[in-house]
Design a protein. Structure first.
Length: 649
């Protein structure tokens, strides 16, 4: 993205102040900004007090070894105790923690007291398997309560979970298991998706075969589909069900690692983003309470994210449970058995807070207003959005059609690395603009800067940076301190660069414009261009590949690959399909290129760098930009010819 495109953004003048009723009952008041500005660390210390600590910290923030932060160091807590036990102890054991709805329509209701029993049993099972503090446990599960239970069981005994999205391939799972040297994998026979059992166990079998670190595989029986069972495999129900419901949590130092979550960066290899305990839970709970205005005794909260992504970590598991929310978890896809399934669920459970992604909202827009209109959505009182910029039109539709023209919308900007929401309206305070995440939350300092790192004023566009450490920030990249410093802290020394472009409008509201690096955002999922290129090149037919993200109405960006075949590889009618399937096998179906163009050359600079800008022009059917820096300006003609003859899916 160049500076010019960062500067050009139409101005949005529609303003949506919260209603007087909403303001009167809101958790977060305007004073919070002032409190945080006048003493930022004290502000965060007060937020930490919403958790239950076994031992108080000695220091709020230790930044002496920057960029490696320590928050609340010396303090001791147990994350699972905070998410479960303390609610039972305060007399809320009978409150429902999870309403589970499986895709086939099966349901389970789990109270906080039952959740405590289940997490304790699972913790005892992990101990029986020899899992100890600091060991890594890979979790590869569908959206079923066992996913939450497994994560909390790890947290409870100080083991580090690494959740791998169930849509990732065996190869992607294997590389993540290997990078973290996971000792145990927790999976299921399968999950229900689009009306069928989607098998998970075969991918685990394939991955584990090549992963010597894995000692056991714990398998939840979800679908009853046929699975191979080897020496390392144990059924969840055989091991967990017989365990005692008694387990006394140990308390761990605030900086004890809680989880690793892999995410795409600009180079091919996914980064294991490391999060720790006290600071992470503090900010996850703080943001969940204030941004979603949670009333634990009244609300039914539903975040539609999968636990395989950070949103599922912070806003399905840790934030809501720390705040004693009653929440809905839905296993399947929005169109099964019919396209009004979500709205049927909102009506059935009287969901009051809904948190989802723009890609889903755009899909529902396309499906039409009559589907939500068939259901009573009047229980909804707040809507949230995350994962990519939300177009103003989708924002308005969300508010009018889903939110009955009355609900505040919180457009929340954050990342796997930030751990929790960083930029967002406070729903009872902020006058929102459709499409803008508005302002940094209290206690967070963000700024938009130019190439030189100079802070820009209103009306200017540039790069989004975070100026001060925050409690739920990543503590590093698993096993690679250098890469952590290099990736996030070297562009502007001492300052965190998020990889996003943003613009400040004339009122100082922040408009996040998306990634400025080689990371694509497809349906809210981060996928690196290099990762897909490497996958393509690993196919023997491919000599070279260049991948770009092209704007797409439904998915935000779509993956378009330009592929040069090896000499001797013949281009047949199935070549493109075969390559698409190859990428799905290497990474997962989410990374399948939408379009593959077989070309004779890709444009390169004289120093050999692929000119993605030009490829994006081609992929988005634009007239070509400046070609004067190309080593061979004629290649663009070749590619344009390729466009007309190239195969398309
Ligand atoms: C993008 C997801 C605009 C952004 C929580 C960021 C957004 C990346 C928004 C992180 C938003 C997330 N408006 N863009 N409200 N939320 N993004 O790590 O490009 O999967 O850097 O975390 O998603 O994606 P990640």
């Amino acid at each position: 993205m160049n500076n010019e495109s960062l500067e050009n953004l139409s101005t949005e003048s529609r303003l949506y102040p919260p209603s007087a009723d909403f303001v009167a009952q809101a958790n977060a008041k305007a004073e919070m900004y002032e409190a945080a500005t006048s003493d930022r660390l004290k502000f965060w210390e007060q937020q930490a007090e919403r958790l239950s600590w076994h031992k108080k910290w000695n220091q709020i923030l230790d930044w002496s070894n920057a960029p490696f932060a320590k928050w609340f160091s010396g303090g001791e807590l147990n994350v699972a105790y905070n998410c479960v036990d303390r609610h039972v102890e305060s007399g809320h054991g009978e409150q429902v923690a999870i309403y589970f709805e499986g895709e086939p329509g099966d349901t389970r209701t789990i109270t906080y007291s039952q959740l405590k029993d289940e997490v304790s049993k699972a913790a005892n099972a992990l101990i029986e398997l020899g899992i100890k503090k600091g060991d890594r446990v890979a979790i590869y599960l569908p959206m079923i309560p066992e996913a939450t239970i497994a994560m909390l069981a790890c947290a409870r005994i100080g083991a580090i979970h690494s959740v791998v999205f169930g849509g990732f391939s065996a190869e992607a799972l294997r590389s993540r298991i290997e990078d973290a040297s996971a000792k145990l994998v927790i999976t299921a026979d399968g999950g229900f998706r689009k009306g069928n059992a989607f098998a998970l166990k075969p991918a685990v079998d394939e991955a584990v075969q090549k992963s010597p670190s894995v000692e056991n595989v714990l398998v939840v029986k979800r679908c009853g589909n046929e699975v191979a069972f080897g020496e390392k495999d144990i059924w969840w129900h055989d091991l967990v069900d017989k365990q005692s419901t008694e387990h006394s949590p140990e308390f761990f130092e605030s900086e004890t690692p809680l989880f690793i979550l892999y995410t795409s960066g600009t180079t091919g290899k996914p980064k294991g983003i490391l999060h720790t305990s006290g600071g992470y839970l503090t900010q996850a709970a703080f943001t969940h309470f204030n941004v979603f205005d949670l009333k634990p005794d009244k609300d039914i909260y539903w975040c539609t994210a999968d636990v395989g992504w950070v949103t599922g970590h912070s806003y399905v598991v840790y934030g809501p449970l720390a705040n004693r929310a009653s929440q809905l978890i839905y296993e399947g896809t929005p169109d099964t058995p019919h396209k009004a399934r979500w709205w049927e669920l909102v009506e059935k459970y009287k969901v009051s807070i809904l948190y989802t992604a723009p890609t889903a909202i755009r899909t529902f827009m396309k499906w039409g207003d009559d589907l939500p209109a068939q259901h009573d959505l009047s229980s909804l009182r707040l809507l949230g959005s995350v994962g990519e910029p939300i177009n103003p039109e989708a924002w308005i539709w969300y508010r009018e059609v889903i939110g009955s023209s009355k609900t505040p919308i919180v457009d929340t900007w954050w990342q796997t690395e930030t751990g929790s929401i960083m930029i967002s309206p406070l729903p009872g305070v902020t006058e929102t603009k459709p499409g803008s995440a508005m302002r940094p939350l209290p206690g967070i300092s963000a700024a938009v800067v130019n190439d030189k790192g100079e802070v820009l004023g209103n009306g200017k566009g540039g790069y989004l940076t975070l100026r001060e450490p925050w409690p739920s920030m990543l503590r590093g990249i698993w096993g690679d301190d250098e890469r952590y410093k290099e990736t996030y802290w070297s562009q502007y020394p001492g300052i965190y660069f998020a990889g996003d472009g943003a613009k400040l409008d004339d009122d100082g509201a922040i408009w996040v414009l998306g990634r400025v690096d080689d990371v694509m955002n497809v349906s809210g999922h981060r996928i690196s261009t290099t990762e897909v290129e490497s996958a393509l090149v690993s196919n023997p037919m491919v000599a070279e590949a260049a991948v770009v993200g092209a704007s797409d109405e439904m998915t935000g960006q779509a993956i378009v690959a330009f592929v040069i075949l090896r000499q001797g590889a013949t281009e047949g009618p199935d070549t493109v399909q075969e390559l698409r399937n190859h990428v799905a096998k290497e990474i997962g179906a989410i990374a399948k290129p939408k379009k593959i163009l077989i070309v004779a050359e890709v444009p390169k600079t004289r120093s050999g760098k692929i000119m993605r800008r030009l490829l994006r022009d081609v992929a988005e059917n634009r007239t070509l930009g400046d070609v004067t820096t190309l080593a061979d300006p004629t290649v663009m003609n070749l590619i344009s010819q390729g466009m007309t003859t190239g195969s398309e899916d």
